[in-house]
Write a protein that binds this ligand. Structure first.
Ligand code: AMP
Length: 356
């Protein structure tokens, strides 16, 4: 066993992998659902954290070449500005480690077409882009499994929307282990408090592809205020109902005086909890059932709280933008480190499958 192999087998149980597609600036959903978890795990010296920009995943939906080229860099800037630290984490672009795509092809031999076609995430994307139902899109979860398993990562900080893909990763790990005697872990999701950040429009989740649904990490106070001002509300008064779901989680519902469910208020109060705390949300709930919430004031305070969290990130980003050579060196060094680990896994798999 050489030194690299020793390092690989020693650390594989404690490895973490995550990534974000290069589709634009990061929004609060990416930040709270993924980046916060990435930061949390980066603090643990017993864990090796690998964080990539999922640029190959970006081509699974329609995109523009020039925008992709720029966005890959923008995501790295957002990562570094938010606190990902190249001294503690391996930061790189997915396309700089070709072992991901090689492994994904091997993995595709153990998954059926039907299994992939039935995934809710695949069906949603086909609905969204009916003329773009490509093999790349169908393969998305297999490539994601390769992203994780090429590092034998056991923990993946991503939002709850990625759970069906992680289920695929676990299935692939089991099948590869059974068929070829490999030792892949079954990756688990590392959940944050913001594992599901709602859309500002009330309905659905915050998403880059839905205009009016998101706040970006780079938004200034004026933009945040403007984006929040169009979030739907109600008369300010009604009833609050709390029920436990089958997973033991409390689900809160707001019903206005006309008897309609106020999903916009639910979203707003979730943002209040995420940025101003549980006690503040409880205060608003008390007001909702008594004298009423003044949404103008609520949104103003919330905008200030969100901006207070984003301001230091924006200041750091401005410094990083002025130093492109540093950013390049981070990516190059990260990719070189990632390739060493990835190559060892790919060699193991090739040998086990009769290709070595
Ligand atoms: P994507 O932009 O689809 O590559 O997503 C990157 C990461 O952000 C993944 O971990 C997602 O689960 C997470 N994410 C995206 N939108 C949200 C959201 N609204 N709430 C929580 N996490 C999210």
């Amino acid at each position: 066993m050489n030194n690299t192999q020793t390092e690989n087998s020693k650390q594989s149980k404690n490895r973490v992998l995550s990534g974000i597609r290069a589709t634009g600036r990061l929004h609060l959903g990416n930040y709270l659902g993924a980046v916060k978890g990435m930061l949390e795990l980066q603090k643990d010296p017993n864990i090796q954290t690998l964080y990539m920009v999922a640029d190959i995943h970006t081509i699974t939906t329609p995109y523009k070449v020039e925008e992709l080229r720029d966005n890959r860099r923008q995501v790295v800037l957002d990562y570094l500005a938010a606190g990902l630290d190249p001294e503690k984490s391996v930061i790189f672009l997915q396309s700089m480690v070709p072992q991901h795509t090689e492994l994904s092809f091997y993995f595709s031999s153990v998954m059926s077409i039907a299994r992939m076609q039935h995934l809710p995430t695949f069906k949603d994307k086909v609905k969204q882009y009916p003329d773009y139902a490509t093999m790349a899109l169908l393969n998305y979860p297999i490539l994601m499994s390769a992203d994780i398993l090429v590092y034998k990562a056991g923990l993946v900080p991503v939002g709850i929307d990625q759970e069906p893909h992680l289920e695929v990763s676990r299935e692939i790990a089991r099948k590869m282990n059974e068929l070829y005697g490999l030792d892949f872990p079954e990756p688990q999701r590392f959940a944050t408090k913001g594992e599901y950040v709602p859309s500002l429009k009330g309905e659905g989740k915050m998403s880059k592809s839905v205009e009016g649904s998101f706040i970006n990490l780079t938004d200034d106070l004026g933009t945040i205020t403007k984006r929040l001002s169009s979030a739907p509300t109600d008369s300010g008064k009604g009833t609050v109902t709390r029920v436990q779901n089958e997973k033991g989680k409390t689900v809160t519902t707001y019903t206005d005086q006309a008897g309609s469910e106020s999903i916009g208020v639910k979203s707003l109060l979730e943002f209040v909890e995420l940025f101003q705390g549980t006690a503040k949300r409880a205060e608003y709930e008390t007001l909702y059932e008594s004298t009423g919430i003044r949404y103008g004031d609520l949104k103003k305070e919330l905008a200030a709280a969100i901006f207070a969290e984003l301001k230091p990130i924006q200041e750091k980003r401005a410094q990083l933008e002025a130093d492109p050579a540093y950013v390049d060196s981070v990516i190059e060094a990260g990719a070189a480190r990632a390739r060493v680990i990835a190559q060892e896994t790919v060699e193991q798999v090739r040998t086990a499958m009769g290709l070595g």
